[in-house]
Structure formats: C-alpha cells, structure tokens
Design a protein around this ligand. Structure first.
Ligand code: MIG
Length: 666
C-alpha cells in the first residue's frame, strides 16, 4: 500500500508522474517526524536496503550518507555521496515474516541519512529543506514492495538490443584513426564488439555538438565504416557549454536566455573542459527541449547512442570562486607561513574545484519563477538526460537510442541508464560494482554498469580478467579508462585469447540477459537481487553481499581478490555449477545447499544454475546482430523443469507488449 505525505511546499521533481492523493497529516507505524528529520528505531537484526548509487554495502546500516550529486572519482568508504540522488530506504523489518517498508523522499535538495551511524538502532533522514513529498510503501515481501515503488516511479529506460553488446572506451582516443585501430585490433583478436565510445577529444575545443575538423575530419566515413562492421560510435556530451561568441550553440542559448544566471541576472560563468562555460538551464522546460534538440546534429550523421558527463554539474572553478580563492591565497601567503597557515593555504587552494557553495550562486527559471541551484541541485543531470530523451522521441519517434548519464536522480531512470562514474583499477571496486547493481535496480536503474578494469589508476591483466568475469553479466558492459593510465584494451595484454573467451561468453548469454532485462523493465521487477530477496528464511543467505541472483535462473559469485584461485560460494538451494573455460561450457555437477569452495582460475567464468530452471544460451557472435536469438541451447537440471518465460523482440522499436513466450524442455 502506498501513502503520500506532503511536507512544506515541494518543488515539482517529476520523479513520480501519477501521484496518489496526499494524506492529511503524517502518520506512520514506524517513522516519526522530529527536529526536521524522519526518525526510526531499527530492530536489532534489521537490514536497511536502499540509496541506489552509494559506497559501502548492499545493507546500508552503519554509515552516514548524503544524497548530493558529486563529481568525486575517489569512491572510498569514507565518502558520503556519489553521482546520483536516490532517496529511498527499504526496511526488511528484522525478520522474514515482519512487514516490509519502503520510504521515498521526493526532492531535488540534498538529504542526509544517519543509518545506525550515531547509534546502531537509530535512523534519521533529514532533507536539508523540509519541502518534499514522502511516499511510504508497506508490504509483505521485499520484491513486491520494490515492484510497487517501481510502478510508482514509472517504467525504466529501455536501450536498443545492440547496447547489450560489449563496448570499448578510453579517454585519450584522439583521432578517427585511433578509433579505427581499436576496431581493427579487436577484430584481429577475434574479440566481439558492438560499441566504441568517443570521449571529449572528438569535439572542436570541447564544444558540445561540434566535431574536430582536423582529427575527425572524416567523421562521416568513420561512422559508415563502423556501421559496416556493426559497430556503433557513442560520443560523450558534457553539461557545460563554451561561453564564446560565434559558437552557434552558445549564441542561440544566450539569445534565448537558456543559461543559468547569477544573482544579477548575468550568465554564471564556470570553467570546465572548454574553458569558460555556461550551464544550460535544464530545469527550464524550453531550455531543456532546446538543448535536447542539439543532439540532432549528431543523430543526423547516424549516431545512435550518447553518454552525458559532468552533469552533477562538475565545476573546475567558477569565476567568482577563482577571484575569491586567489585573493585569499595571496592574503595567507603574504602573512607569516607556519604549520597552521600552510594548511589553510592548501585547503583554500583545494576549495576551488566542485565547491558546493558555488551551487548557491546560480539560478534556474521555471514557470516565471527563479530557483537557486542548491534547492534543486540533484535534478540537474536528470533533466539533461530527460531533455535528450524527449528530443529523441521527437526526432526518431519509434527508434531506441542508447543513452546514459553520470549524474542522476530517481525519475531519470525512465530516460536513460547510468554508469558508475570514475572508479579505480582496484579489486575492491569489482565488489562495489556488484553491490551497486541490486541497489540501483530497486530504484529503476536497470541499464547500468561500471568502467570495467577501472577508470583511474593502472590496471593489471588479472584485474581486468576478473572484472570482465563480472562485467559480462551487467547490462552496460564497457571497458573504460582515464587519460594517462596504462592502456586497458584487452588486446594490449598477454592473454588476449582468454579475453576473447570471456567476452565471447557475453554473446552466448545475451538472449537470457536481454530477456531478463526486458521482463524487469516491463514488469517493474529487479534483474539483480540480493539473495535475501528469495531466501528470506535463510539466515546465511540474508547477509551475503558478494553474490547476486541474476534473473530467474542463475546466481553469480565473481572473484574480487587478487591472486585468489577461487572463492567460497554460498549455495542457498541445490544448484548446478556451470563453468566456461577456454571457449567451452563445462557442466560440473550439482552443489548441495551450503558453502563450497569453488576453484575459479583466472581464465574461467562460473555461474550457478537453479534446479528446475532453464538457462537459454545462444551460439554467440562477433556482435549482437550476429547472435541468433532463436537458436538456443537449453541448460537445465531437475525433474520438474519450469518453462522459461522468454522475452524477445526486434530490439529496435518501442513496442514492448506481447513478446514473451514459454520455452519448455521436452
Ligand atoms: O573531468 O571526459 O567520468 O568517464 O572519461 C573528467 C573525460 C571528465 C569524467 C568521466 C569520464 C571521462 C572524463 N570525464
């Protein structure tokens, strides 16, 4: 059951499109409102799920979090925020038969969460401004509460089928020939590929919607060549628009008043990649639509996928902050330098980038009213992506476009996916990647994945192999790395053949992954679930944080430690161990309920198949268009095999009804 309560005068976020009527006053069996926060006492064993994209565990208990969309590429345990604001918590009630409860704080302002941080059994949820809608969903089990929530926030974004292929990316591809090299080397190594991503260097001086006339002068031919090879080029789009007279996007937006302004009504100037920039006012519906229509410059060339970056928004520095910091640095430096002042100096200098106080300095317009950015900060990236998606609906009507964003808020899940931002080439980030999947699924972000191999720092071959062994299961599968780090394309390593084997498994799994994705989208269910969602009476399963259920048939348990030769896997019911090794699938027999040490050498991928369920497998292919979605091998065991509900469609158009049929074994 859903209840809605309104506190103060909330700004319309459009996170929920069809709102139930608000109750007269706030009243709940577990939460109460006190001193500007929602409060709750947890049961001793209660698990708290939620918050979508954040650091730490699937169970969020024991830390202090903030939903504040942040460009911070250092995802360590001491942080409080990542790039998204996913303001929901799901309580398991502390026992399998206890009532479940989900709360969703619908707001664009920051929210602070003390989840058993100050006191183990106490929670407070404090919206920084007490103007918000609160939704409370009560139910019997975790999955059905999540489904009710998902129905409330609307159907998840659905990408084209080819977007379930493998992608190669790197910040540092500088010319069309660099991209040809990627295509050719992947082909020579027989590694399947569907997408090559182009980072900021394809633009003319980092100006959005331009193409570098020297390094990418043959863009048209490049796109055609890639298309012939069934490869999609996916360009990046940044939020900041170069503030430069003569640049048509700026001129037009300037004339129409579509950029954010300062307190005096002048355009607010920040520095991002192109130098001095302005921020399009995505909160203003006309400006949002206008910016979205700019993507046409690229879709007209045959581009059919995009990633939106820097839209928290990220700020290298604002003009105002620069002046202020410069002044203070000189002041401090001209005084007596000692231990204290040199610390001050460092802190002052460091405060120049992504300073949240800059968000108090610029303004948005909507329906003739002005709003300071801070009051709707977390809606910015969401509305950038929404603008693009709405423009595609106009420009390409029935054609699906690949679209994902770095920054997000609940509501944006209807318009695009998200990637997990600037992670690092660390083994611990394989595990973070895994933990984020179900938390994101709960709030509608189904098309998601992390930079495989890690974005920052230098990768090692074993890390990359282990990461792929998880990445082949995530809907968004992309190897991406930062400028200046060790090259990370699979063909740069010794075991090229092993990379080929592992990435090829993805192309055998695609019919299953696509089918499970589509069912999750259409039915408002989760594709990735913590074990607790199905084995609620199993005290061990309930606390497993390094294995996931993937769809109806399988469980995954990747290795995330260096030099491990395998790992302990908790088997919550009889399952069959399926091993992929050296390009072959090997049936390793049945594992009974309990903990098992499973050998998983660096060359192998293991998955665990439930009894009486079917895993359909394709023959594979070099890209998605080569995969035969009808010629399927059925892997199963048991005497009472349940028919598999198989979703398949053309993968391109937007008609999602009537594509499910049963696959049976004879
Ligand atoms: O300031 O475009 O998260 O994926 O490669 C860094 C360059 C800007 C951040 C993105 C990353 C991308 C990088 N961008």
């Amino acid at each position: 059951m859903i209840k809605r309560f309104t506190f103060g005068e909330p700004f319309e976020t459009d996170s929920v499109l069809e709102k139930p009527n608000a109750e007269k006053e706030f009243n709940d069996d577990r939460f109460w409102w006190e001193d500007g926060a929602l409060r709750l006492t947890l049961k001793d064993d209660e698990i708290v799920y939620g918050l979508g994209e954040t650091i730490r565990g699937i169970n969020k208990r024991g830390w202090f979090y903030k939903s504040h969309n942040t460009d911070d590429g250092n995802h360590t345990e001491n942080k409080q925020s990542m790039y998204g604001a996913h303001n929901f918590l799901l309580l398991d009630g502390g026992a399998a038969d206890a009532p479940k409860k989900l709360i969703f704080v619908d707001t664009g302002v920051d929210v602070h969460y003390d989840i058993g941080y100050s006191k183990h059994n106490e929670v407070y949820v404090r919206p920084v401004k007490p103007d918000f809608d609160l939704y409370v969903i009560d139910g019997k089990d975790l999955s059905s509460v999540v489904s009710e929530f998902r129905k409330l926030i609307g159907r998840s974004y659905i990408p084209p089928k080819w977007a379930f292929g493998s992608g190669q990316s790197r910040w540092g591809y500088k010319s069309s020939d660099d991209l040809r090299e990627v295509m050719n080397k992947m082909k020579e190594a027989n590694i399947p590929l569907d997408m090559i991503y182009i980072d900021i260097d394809y633009m003319e001086g980092y100006r959005d919607f331009t193409i570098n006339s020297e390094t990418f002068k043959d863009m048209n031919e490049l796109i055609a060549e890639m298309k012939k090879n069934n490869i999609h080029l996916i360009p990046i789009i940044d939020a900041g628009v170069k503030a430069e007279e003569g640049f048509s996007v700026y001129d037009e937006g300037h004339k129409k008043g579509y950029f954010c302004t300062d307190k005096d009504g002048k355009e607010f100037i920040v520095c991002v990649w192109p130098g001095e920039c302005v921020f399009p006012d995505f909160i203003n519906p006309e400006a949002r639509h206008w910016f979205g229509m700019q993507y046409k410059k690229l879709t007209d060339l045959g581009i059919d996928g995009f990633w939106n970056d820097m839209n928290e928004p990220a700020i290298f520095y604002s003009k105002t902050r620069l002046e202020d910091v410069a002044k203070r640095v000189i002041e401090i430096a001209s005084g007596d330098l000692n231990k204290e002042t040199s610390g001050q100096l460092r802190n002052t200098a460091n405060s120049i980038q992504n300073n949240p106080r800059d968000y108090d300095l610029f303004f948005h317009k909507k329906d003739g009213k002005e709003y300071v950015h801070t009051d709707l900060h977390n809606l910015y990236g969401y509305n950038m992506t929404r603008g693009a998606s709405e423009a595609f609906d106009e420009l390409c009507k029935d054609k699906r476009i690949l679209l994902f964003s770095r920054s997000s808020c609940i509501g944006m899940h209807r318009y695009g996916g998200i990637w997990h931002g600037d992670n690092r080439s660390w083994f611990s980030h394989i595990l973070l990647n895994l933990k984020l999947m179900p938390s994101l699924n709960m709030c509608g972000f189904l098309y998601s994945g992390a930079d495989i191999g890690g974005f920052g720092d230098n990768v090692t071959e074993d890390l990359l192999l282990r990461w792929y062994a998880l990445g082949i299961f995530t809907p968004l599968m992309r190897n991406h790395s930062a400028l200046g780090t060790r090259r990370q394309e699979p063909y740069n390593f010794e075991k090229t053949e092993t990379f080929k084997d592992i990435i090829s498994i993805r192309y055998r799994l695609i019919p299953y992954l696509y089918s499970e994705y589509m069912k999750a989208a259409v039915n408002n269910t989760m594709m990735f679930k913590p074990l607790a969602f199905e084995y609620e009476n199993d005290e061990i399963a309930k606390h497993v944080e390094d294995q996931l259920l993937l769809g109806d048939s399988i469980m995954i348990a990747p290795v995330y430690e260096q030099n491990a030769v395998g790992r302990n896997v908790y088997i919550p019911e009889r399952m069959k161990l399926i091993r992929f090794s050296g390009g072959k699938m090997i049936d390793e027999g049945i594992l009974e309920k309990g903990t098992h040490f499973v050998n998983i050498p660096i060359s192998d991928v293991c998955l665990f198949l439930k009894e009486n369920r079917i895993l359909p497998l394709a023959k594979g292919g070099m890209n998605v268009s080569e995969v035969d979605f009808e010629d399927l091998e059925k892997v199963y065991f048991g005497n009472n095999v349940k028919p598999y509900e198989y979703y398949n469609d053309n993968g391109e158009t937007k008609d999602y009804e009537g594509h499910i049929r049963e696959i049976k074994v004879c």
